[in-house]
Design a binder for this molecule. Structure first.
Ligand SMILES: [Zn+2]
Length: 271
């Protein structure tokens, strides 16, 4: 409320930092205000009621108090702690990646309801047990779109020609697809198959749940990962620790268990 010292937001905890012995700085991605950094005073004190309510990835309503420095969380009500998600190492690691990606790609003071809804939908889907590479890829692509960095996938970004159903290219630095004529002139262009182009267009025009039902075989999944990763890296200009951790988890699972990658939901369906 304008002029009031107090306000309330709905948010998801996407980052933590410790301040002193008892306090935490909590970064929320909120429905109303976008990213907010707030102080959770006493959150680390034994028996604190606030502490568990500002745990990483918790979704809740937060009553906050404005201050000259960082605002204060006065009270929090948990809407969903995502306990099932947190009991599974792979799903927890994926959720931490989405949280870090959201945090790293947004600035404070930029409300983005679309991205909040996307993050919440992805977390809810993971909590219900649905968590494979498609979810990560759809999230990455729809996050780019919500931030205004969506790859252009209808016409060649260099010459404007309509893309034909042949192998085209995709360039993060140019922001989209390139026709076969223009592709050789762009050093960072990656080959873009007809199927990958179709799937990315579908993902961008459907809500998360429908987008995650698209069947993607291993080779296509790998190509799509390369495309979304190149755009994310271009946007962030850095590597994310949680993404490196996910790669290690996948590698270790596939090395230690026959078919192990499938146990951490790497498997993508094929027909
Ligand atoms: Zn062209």
């Amino acid at each position: 409320m304008a002029g009031s010292r107090e306000y309330e937001v709905e948010g998801i905890v996407v980052r933590h930092a410790v301040v002193g012995e008892r306090d935490r700085i909590v970064t929320l991605f909120t429905a109303e205000e976008g990213k907010l950094a707030l102080v959770a005073r006493g959150a680390l004190r034994p028996g604190s009621t606030l502490g568990p309510r500002v745990d990483m990835l918790s979704h809740g309503r937060f009553r906050c108090v404005r201050r000259r420095s960082l605002d204060l969380i006065a009270e929090a009500v948990t809407l969903d702690s995502f306990g099932r998600l947190k009991s599974d190492l792979w799903r927890m690691s994926c959720a931490l990646y989405l949280a870090e990606l959201t945090d790293a790609s947004t600035a404070e003071g930029s409300p983005n309801r679309t991205l909040f809804d996307l993050l919440l939908a992805a977390m809810s889907r993971m909590d219900s047990g649905e968590c494979d590479d498609r979810l990560l890829r759809v999230f990455e692509l729809q996050l780019l779109e919500s931030l205004g960095f969506c790859p252009s996938l209808r016409r060649c970004v260099n010459c404007g020609a309509e893309l034909r159903p042949v192998e085209n290219g995709l360039s993060a630095t140019l922001g989209g697809a390139l026709c076969p004529v223009c592709m050789p002139g762009c050093p960072d262009a990656r080959p873009l198959s007809v199927d990958a182009l179709k799937v990315m267009r579908y993902w961008l025009s459907h809500p998360l749940d429908a987008a995650c039902r698209v069947r993607v075989d291993v080779a296509l999944g790998s190509e799509l990962e390369g495309h979304t990763f190149s755009f994310s890296r271009w946007l962030l200009q850095k590597e994310l620790k949680s993404r490196e951790w996910l790669s290690r988890l996948r590698t270790e699972a596939s090395l230690t268990t026959p078919g192990g990658a499938s146990t951490i939901a790497r498997r993508v369906e094929s027909e």
